[in-house]
Design a protein. Sequence first.
Length: 208
Amino acid sequence: MPTTIDRADLPALIARASGLLGDGRRILGLTGPPGAGKSTLAAEIVGALAPACVLVPMDGFHLAQSELDRLGRHGRKGAIDTFDGFGFVALVRRLRAATEDVYAPTFRRDLEEPIAGAIHVAGNVPVVVLEGNYLLASQPPWSSLRELMDDVWYLDPDREARLARLVRRHEEFGRDAAAARAWALGSDERNAELIAQTRGRADVVVVG
């Protein structure tokens, strides 16, 4: 049964993350549906633990737009099969080993494309925060991730607040109000339903 922590209790969340500091590499996963606030919380945790902590987002493993077009998945960008899952798992295995410097990709929302080699993770950094939608998914290759993470938090905010954040995000990156809401209630919400099934596999559920 996951532990529940209120999102407003940031000191408690930071204290739990700080508990991962010690000998060797530890990995903290932050997951949850689109618009749950994962990136914001990840930045707060990394900021509190810096320089002993680095953020590696799963979004760097989005397939390129040209590949989504080839596969006919452009209209479902963000779905689990629009990511390079095997590549992400391979990266997390390298991060887990902590024997070398690693360069991870990031995702540029202004370009809607992943950028390789953008995030430097030094071999001696004690904590890596992974952030992404499908960290607890049960289907291969994603199912391999759970054993590679030391602590996994599922963010479970109010649904209406989450949808409002999603709509604003889509508008900020070029969609008009109608298209932004349609995407949030369509593709994003279908993904959220799949992600919700992973809630029980988390160590912590962050509410609010």
